[in-house]
Write a protein that binds this ligand. Structure first.
Ligand code: F6R
Length: 234
């Protein structure tokens, strides 16, 4: 893993956006994207740049099941707001949260991943080591699948919804095998609350108990860390 230390998330955004620029310079065509707070500074930097994705493909990691892409808490909506409205791609794939049939939606998404091998996949890190919606215990062999959200994730997300009962109970997520299929992976993590997960990801054993630890087995990973998230590394 190529670990890059930055002073804060703003600098991490510049470093991350440069990885996108380098990928574009190397004729990358397919970009795997993530939501959450971590990639926002990268997207902010890209939005202000002259990078052009209008003939590129994007494929997002995950989406809530049961809400439409117009819902303000959907990941599609997040991507429109933070990136696509200013930097459109030729086609942007996000799982269809309104497909009630988990098997058909997962199969559809896996076909897209097969058709468009990703040149670069961006990831954030959960405090428990999750990547995408792949919580500890998820098989390293997993492809796109329907996930039952844990009670703690539902609780954590409740603040974004007017009523806790409106928080989706399920999501669609690329699996760990799907994530590992990207040619290059860009992981970023900021803040001391990610320090234990960062240590386990980089220095711990490769175990399904820490989904992100699988990245040790990928031969092209860049990890952007600030002082807080790197604070437990030896
Ligand atoms: C987002 C995703 C999640 C987040 C992770 C970190 O599409 O799949 O795995 O990357 O939960 O979230 P933040 O960046 O908000 O700390």
């Amino acid at each position: 893993m190529n670990i890059i230390r930055v002073k804060d998330q703003i600098e991490g955004g510049q470093v991350g956006a440069q990885v996108f620029q380098d990928a574009l310079n190397n004729q990358a065509h397919v970009f795997g994207l993530a939501t959450g707070s971590t990639p926002i500074s990268i997207y902010d930097t890209i939005v202000k740049s002259d990078m052009d994705f209008s003939d590129k493909i994007s494929i997002n990691l995950d989406e809530y099941k049961g809400i439409s892409g117009e819902h303000e808490q959907s990941y599609r909506y997040f991507m429109q707001k933070h990136l696509f409205d200013v930097k459109p791609f030729a086609t942007s794939y996000v799982p269809n949260g309104l497909n009630p049939d988990g098997m058909s939606e997962s199969g559809r998404y896996d076909k897209i991943l097969e058709q468009y091998p990703r040149d670069l996949q961006i990831l954030g890190l959960g405090q428990n080591g999750h990547i995408g919606f792949n919580e500890p215990g998820t098989s390293f062999q997993s492809t796109t699948h329907e996930v039952d959200l844990t009670e703690s994730t539902i609780e954590a997300n409740a603040r974004f919804f007017s009523d806790k009962n409106d928080v989706p109970r399920q999501a669609y997520s690329m699996g760990i095998k799907s994530i590992m299929g990207a040619k290059q992976i860009l992981m970023a993590a900021y803040g001391e609350n990610k320090a234990a997960a960062v240590k386990a990801m980089i220095e711990g054993p490769v175990t399904e108990d820490v989904p992100a630890s699988i990245l040790q087995k990928h031969d092209n990973v860049i990890v952007i860390l600030d002082a807080g998230s790197a604070s437990q590394l030896t």
